[in-house]
Design a protein around this ligand. Structure first.
Ligand SMILES: Nc1nc2c(c(=O)[nH]1)N[C@H]1C(S)=C(S)[C@@H](COP(=O)(O)OP(=O)(O)OC[C@H]3O[C@@H](n4cnc5c(=O)[nH]c(N)nc54)[C@H](O)[C@@H]3O)O[C@H]1N2
Ligand SMILES: Nc1nc2c(c(=O)[nH]1)N[C@H]1C(S)=C(S)[C@@H](COP(=O)(O)OP(=O)(O)OC[C@H]3O[C@@H](n4cnc5c(=O)[nH]c(N)nc54)[C@H](O)[C@@H]3O)O[C@H]1N2
Ligand SMILES: [Mo]
Length: 768
């Protein structure tokens, strides 16, 4: 596989023909053109299947029912290429480790259960029954159930993830690390403290009613392309979209004039952002604080001149606690600190504030640019503070919207994939299933890896995902994984985690969401929950590539049955008929009354959100303002001063650790991934040139060397001192001990680094 590499700025708009061309290329490449297209037509329509791409909601009246990147996800899942036992017989694990993530993904779907043989360094076929027995003998041989970890990646269905946590808790542990720990954890934690519920408060059609939409730290053009439609429609009818993003992202600007951050929106086709601000990495809390400081001043001036309050006093009095403490902290925060930390001028922040106050209904959305910092919880809460001051909750067209990542990551939490599950969930498990669930909190992802490093965790089962590449500090993560006595991967595609086996390892090949799931009682559907708390059914149509592949639900049941027998539950009956699983969900999880019947509702059903109804399940019974000072420094790292802060982010042709291609079209990068975006003046100051290669080294306080080499410099519209490069290639740079306060989320958007010129890398021997 040879790729033409070039850097060529992209001048088109996000979406449009560029996207269509790229979509069809992916579909045609996957060698199953007709049925692929037919599949695509059905995504998110009728029963059909839910797009396994992102967690954006479904707009049932739109003709546009899939996006370019959803098309990639579907067509790559539907590939007819297969990784069969012969493939593993040909290639040793060590040889495969030298391959790129792109190569691994490209080999196709896993078709047979495989067991790693340490002596030969090859995976060999194993029967399902033998695989389940192996798992049972390891798990039942542990001294304590807490020596096992049960990881979940956010594609797993409600049914599979629900049974998975029931099984894990019956086995005796709360060790449920999940991808959410590396993702939107701060949104859940922060929102819960502020408004009593860890989910967004809005519904998709609120975008049609908002007067302003503030988008913080998110790149919807690539990661939530369907959101562009909502933003575009909003903008076309005169709502103002205001973006806070460290980089200029094509999907957020379109016609926004870089010279004029504040532009009044005219209904000119295509414009997304009315104003675009580029804070420093980690500068959003300061930016919002600055907006509130400006608003507070206006508020006081109004009161002084006898005008009505700028804030929603009625809302604050009726529903909120802690406003005085918060405003005191705002007063105590200097403009100097705000502008220094955010990197934005007072003028900019006053402009943003003025857009905000002139809008009757405001939505704030955010994603990884907000959640992957040390101070992410206070940042989420600061955004909430702003919304509370103006009563932007409990009314149409307004509210809080963390835009989730994986298509069912929100559903997984609802189903109980939570290492610190609330007592109510455990009580429900106990009374419904008649067992004593463990009450001690379990491991999150970083804690699980640390426990593996200490050899305290001995068995790992992963329901999807790719920890070796997704988790921080790659060499330490790989060490952790190889310390395991047994690593079990329930997967669709070959990935790096399979190539980092423990003493024993199993690959269990599973069906994807787009595929027909035939069980004893007929074709089964599953359910998922989107970012707007809508639960809907999803039924695959594609014919599975191999009769050996099993559904995630059937695999979870097979493992549970082998480990626990039918002591508490008849697992195999549940695998035969998913309606029975939904009956258990209905009996134990709030909001799922008449679950099976409601699965027939077109477009799904709404789980409800107490905060959106102004019911706040907090200790105070009110929505709590938080009164955190701004962090002392953005990157705490001991006593060394790093010249640069690096964020690790996604290119357009990837889905997390799955690499579909080597282009990042909107950023003008083609045929390569090892690039480093940098401000042109920083380049000049270092005496470096565009296109030169550098090594990037993390400056951290534990004496461990963290370095990657051979990254090509690309000058870009990014604030000085800030850098950006793709994940997972830069995960070796993210220290495992650098994580968010109260979340343990790796600080993937704030890595203190230095860079220096280097020689081209000697490429490893590749078998492509
Ligand atoms: N096609 C595709 N879709 C996806 C995914 C994928 O990999 N590919 N991944 C899915 C998942 S799991 C998730 S979590 C989401 C991720 O969706 P995003 O959060 O959009 O993902 P990132 O690529 O990490 O982009 C972070 C964005 O925030 C900006 N940013 C970074 N740091 C800061 C900061 O400190 N402040 C501000 N204001 N901006 C900042 C970056 O410039 C970038 O635009 O997407 C989901 N959807
Ligand atoms: N440096 C850095 N690190 C990050 C991030 C970052 O921005 N920067 N982002 C973080 C975020 S937001 C997230 S969510 C995590 C993602 O972490 P994970 O969810 O662990 O990783 P993915 O890459 O989404 O997992 C891909 C693998 O899942 C399997 N798979 C795909 N579809 C299915 C399916 O339907 N069923 C099953 N059982 N398996 C399936 C395939 O084998 C594929 O190889 O990464 C985190 N890591
Ligand atoms: Mo994510």
């Amino acid at each position: 596989m040879k790729f033409k590499t070039e850097i060529k700025p992209y001048h088109g708009a996000a979406g449009g023909w560029g996207a269509l061309e790229s979509t069809t290329r992916f579909v045609f490449d996957s060698k199953k053109v007709l049925s692929n297209l037919r599949n695509l037509m059905r995504v998110n329509k009728g029963r059909g299947f839910d797009c396994p791409g992102c967690a954006w909601g479904d707009d049932n009246h739109s003709t546009f029912s899939f996006c370019e990147n959803g098309a990639k996800a579907v067509s790559w899942e539907a590939t007819r290429k297969a990784v069969e036992p012969e493939f593993f017989a040909q290639h040793s694990v060590s040889k495969l480790r030298a391959q790129s993530d792109y190569f691994l993904e490209y080999q196709g779907r896993l078709t047979h259960p495989m067991r790693y043989n340490r002596t030969t360094d090859h995976y060999e076929p194993i029967s399902w029954d033998a695989a389940f027995s192996l798992i049972a003998s390891h798990l039942n041989g542990l001294e304590s159930p807490d020596q096992a970890d049960f990881y979940t990646s956010g594609r797993a269905s409600n049914e599979a993830s629900y049974l998975y946590q029931v099984f894990g808790r019956m086995f005796g542990t709360n060790n449920f690390p999940d991808c959410s720990n590396m993702c939107h954890e701060a949104s859940g934690v922060g929102l819960k403290q502020s408004i009593g519920v860890g989910k967004g408060t809005i519904r998709l059609d609120d975008f049609e009613k908002a007067d302003a939409i503030f988008v913080f730290g998110q790149n919807p053009g690539t990661n939530h392309p369907r959101m562009l439609h909502s933003l575009r429609h909003a903008s076309d009818r005169g709502a103002k979209v205001v973006s806070f993003n460290t980089l200029r992202e094509r999907g957020l600007e379109r016609f926004a004039d870089p010279q004029k951050p504040l532009e009044v929106v005219t209904p000119k086709a295509g414009r997304i952002s009315a104003a675009y601000y580029q804070p420093n990495l980690g500068g959003d809390m300061a930016a919002v604080r600055g907006m509130v400081k400006a608003l507070l001043q206006t508020h006081r001036e109004r009161i002084a001149s006898g005008q009505p309050s700028l804030f929603d006093e009625e809302f604050i009095a009726a529903h909120c606690a802690g406003v005085d403490e918060y405003l005191a902290v705002v007063d105590a925060t200097s403009w100097e600190k705000i502008t220094g930390q955010s990197g934005l001028s007072e003028q900019d922040l006053r402009e943003a504030a003025s857009i905000y106050m002139n809008a009757e209904r405001v939505i704030c959305t955010w994603a990884m640019g907000v959640t992957q910092h040390k101070h992410s919880v206070p940042t989420v809460r600061e955004i909430t503070n702003l919304q509370l001051l103006f009563g932007q909750l409990g009314k149409p067209g307004a509210g809080l919207c963390p835009v989730r990542g994986h298509s069912n990551v929100q559903g997984n939490r609802t189903m109980g994939i939570d290492e610190k599950a609330p007592a109510a969930l455990l009580d429900a498990m106990e009374s419904h299933f008649k067992f004593t669930p463990p009450r001690v909190p379990g491991h999150n992802t970083v804690e699980a890896l640390e426990a593996m490093l200490r050899k305290e965790a001995r068995v790992l089962i992963c329901l999807g995902g790719n920890l070796a590449a997704a988790a921080p500090d790659t060499p330490r993560t790989e060490q952790a994984l190889s310390n395991l006595e047994l690593s079990v991967q329930i997967s669709t595609k070959l990935n790096r985690t399979h190539l980092t086996p423990g003493a024993e390892a199993l690959i269990l090949p599973t069906l994807g969401r787009t595929e027909l799931d035939m069980q004893a009682t007929g074709s089964q559907f599953i359910t998922v929950e989107d970012s707007f708390s809508m639960v809907h059914a999803s039924e695959g149509v594609g014919i599975p590539l191999s009769t050996e592949q099993r559904s995630e639900t059937a695999i979870v049941c097979g493992i549970a049955n082998a480990v626990l027998g039918d002591k508490y539950l008849d697992w195999m009956a549940l695998a035969d008929d998913y309606n029975l699983i939904r009956d258990h969900i209905e009996a134990t999880i709030p909001g799922f009354k008449d679950f099976n019947a409601r699965c027939d509702i077109k477009g799904g059903f709404y789980l409800g959100n107490a905060a959106a109804e102004l019911k706040f399940n907090t200790l105070s019974g009110k929505a709590n303002f938080s009164a955190s000072p701004l962090p002392e420094v953005l990157i705490p790292m001991g006593d060394r001063n790093a010249p640069f802060t690096l964020q690790t982010l996604r290119s357009h042709d990837q889905y997390n650790t799955t690499i579909y291609g080597l282009d990042d079209r909107y950023r003008g990068v083609y045929g390569q991934r090892e690039v480093l975006f940098i401000h042109p003046q920083d380049l000049a100051d270092l005496g470096l040139q565009d296109g030169e290669l550098v090594e990037i080294e993390t400056l951290w306080n534990d004496g461990v060397e963290r370095k990657v080499t051979g990254f090509k410099l690309v000058s870009y519209d990014i604030p000085r001192g800030n850098l950006a490069a793709y994940y997972p290639e830069t995960n070796p740079l993210v220290p495992m001990s650098s994580f968010g306060d109260q979340t343990h989320t790796p600080t993937s958007k704030a890595v203190p680094v230095t860079i220096r010129r280097c020689q081209p890398k000697v490429d490893l021997q590749r078998i492509a």
